[in-house]
Ligand binder design. Structure first.
Ligand code: CA
Ligand code: CA
Ligand code: CA
Length: 489
């Protein structure tokens, strides 16, 4: 053991490391409980880049570029006490442009100068609204939500509109929790509500009142900024177009899970009265790392989310076809604790190629063989598979609305359109958009049947799927999500 520690320290001592740089030289190591303290102490004492991820003895280690090759030798033959070494694989949301054909993309590029000024990025640290809106009345924009009608939410709502005790974690780019149609349904950590013994607001007193390791985590956590404001920062149109930026991905997903129903505003999610936990590990560029993903999953599980909605993909599985063991450990943790892991089937194989069979070319995490995962393909209004959507008889479970999907967007907006100029319209398309429908339906079913196990909820989702030809032989269930059948079976 001493040998490994000495080796790591000597490697790290040779060059400065930076936590801001999450590219090369960023590793995750899993050690045994017996040596963890020793390794952390040694690395910390040397002022090296080591971070305890506080999950299953995983430690993030930064290695200077010049020493990466040497460090990589440990991967093939981990020293005693070290169970696994892997890169801190990148994770991302699919580009909103992935669905565009090359001609259309070229046209956008040719016309990009006409796009006008950059859209403003919202200010950092959006404060929590002072009070709930408490409005009543019809959701005026419900008619724009073709997906809700398509899966039969109105018939499902005759049974239940959702129990506020049921929580869905939207693990994504964050959520605009200040949105008029989301704030009322944001999960609020009971341990950070009310006043402390000094009469101060627990949500803003700078104290970790519930001792869960996170200070003032009222609505969730931001693992990018490491603070209690998992707000959904959008980027400019130009960055979004050509830099893989985020046009408000997490906020769009959250609305389809549980935008507030019957409040006289906007739209309604599939489960209009369950709660949304905001967990952010993907930046405004739509990029994150495995370290952030596993911390997010653990946070959601430990703080009571019943369903985890995951509209993202791991670059994992590198050229050596190595598995992302850290991510698999986190998914196994959600299974051990019985929290359904709903995952986007993916838009093409690692962003390349349409009409992808995930059985042959898996996309992760959706294609992992953990039973807890429900992998979701994207359908359009005519029950056709989205041109971009992955499918797989063994590896994709069910389809749901995922083309031109209407939902909440940042700054109290609502839309099915990412951008629309000079005759080119980019709509909210993706298995990312399909996934929250299934997450919401699982939450709705669990609201009506709180005694069910996760396995029973998953079986009910798949068993009640409405058969469609587009998914016949291309998915486990052979059908699309039916909230109507699910709640009325
Ligand atoms: Ca706390
Ligand atoms: Ca507090
Ligand atoms: Ca509403």
């Amino acid at each position: 053991m001493k040998n490994f520690i000495t080796s790591i320290i000597s490697l790290l001592a040779l060059g400065a490391t930076s936590w801001a740089n999450t590219s090369e030289g960023d590793f995750l190591i899993k050690v045994t409980p017996q040596v963890k303290a020793q390794i952390m102490q040694s690395l910390s004492a040397s002022n090296m880049g080591a971070k305890d991820l506080e999950f299953n003895e995983w430690i993030q280690v930064k290695v200077p570029a010049a020493q990466i090759a040497e460090f990589n030798q440990f991967r093939a033959e981990p020293p005693v006490g070290v169970l696994h070494i892997q890169p801190n694989y990148k994770i991302k949301i699919p580009s909103m442009l992935d669905q565009l054909n090359p001609q259309k993309l070229k046209m956008l590029q040719d016309n990009v100068d006409a796009a006008g000024p950059f859209d403003p990025v919202p200010e950092d640290n959006q404060p929590f609204p002072a009070q709930k809106s408490g409005g009543t009345g019809a959701d005026q924009l419900f008619g724009s939500q073709w997906g809700m009608v398509d899966i039969g939410v109105e018939q499902a709502w005759n049974v239940t509109k959702g129990n506020p005790e049921i929580v869905v974690a939207v693990i994504d780019t964050g959520v605009d929790y200040t949105h008029e149609d989301l704030w009322d349904n944001m999960w609020q950590n009971p341990g950070e509500m009310g006043t402390d013994s000094n009469g101060n607001n627990k949500a803003t007193n700078g104290i970790d009142d519930d001792n869960n390791g996170y200070v003032d985590d009222l609505v969730g956590w931001d693992f990018v900024s490491n603070d209690n404001k998992p707000y959904d920062f959008t980027t400019s149109t130009l960055e979004m177009l050509f830099g893989g930026g985020n046009p408000g991905h997490g906020t769009h997903c959250a609305g389809n899970v549980a935008a507030r129903g019957d409040n006289g505003k906007g739209i309604s999610g599939v489960a209009p009265f369950v709660k949304i936990m905001g967990v952010r590990f993907l930046s405004e560029k739509g990029q994150g790392t495995t370290a952030g993903a596993i911390q997010s999953i653990k946070y959601a599980v430990d703080n009571g989310a019943h369903v985890l909605s995951n509209s993202w993909g791991s670059e994992g599985e590198d050229a050596d076809e190595q598995q992302n063991q850290a991510l698999r450990d986190a998914i196994a943790y959600s299974e051990t604790n019985g929290r359904l892991f709903i995952a986007a089937a993916g838009n093409g194989h690692q962003g390349v190629g349409y009409d992808n069979d995930s059985d042959a070319k898996p996309a992760f995490p959706a294609s992992y063989n953990h039973d807890i995962i429900v992998s979701v393909a994207a359908l359009d209004v005519n029950d056709a598979l989205g041109a971009f959507s992955n499918w797989g008889q063994q590896s994709v479970d069910i389809g749901a609305p995922g083309v031109a999907v209407f939902s909440t967007t940042v700054n109290n907006n609502y839309s099915d359109t990412v951008l629309d100029f000079l005759g080119t319209k980019v709509t909210w398309d993706g298995t990312s958009m399909a996934t929250p429908h299934v997450a919401g339906a699982a939450a709705l079913y669990w609201s009506a049947h709180p005694e069910k196990t996760w396995r029973e909820v998953k079986e009910a989702l798949l068993h009640t799927a409405a058969p469609i030809s587009a998914l016949n032989g291309k998915s486990v269930s052979g059908g699309k999500l039916s909230a109507q059948r699910l709640l009325n079976q």
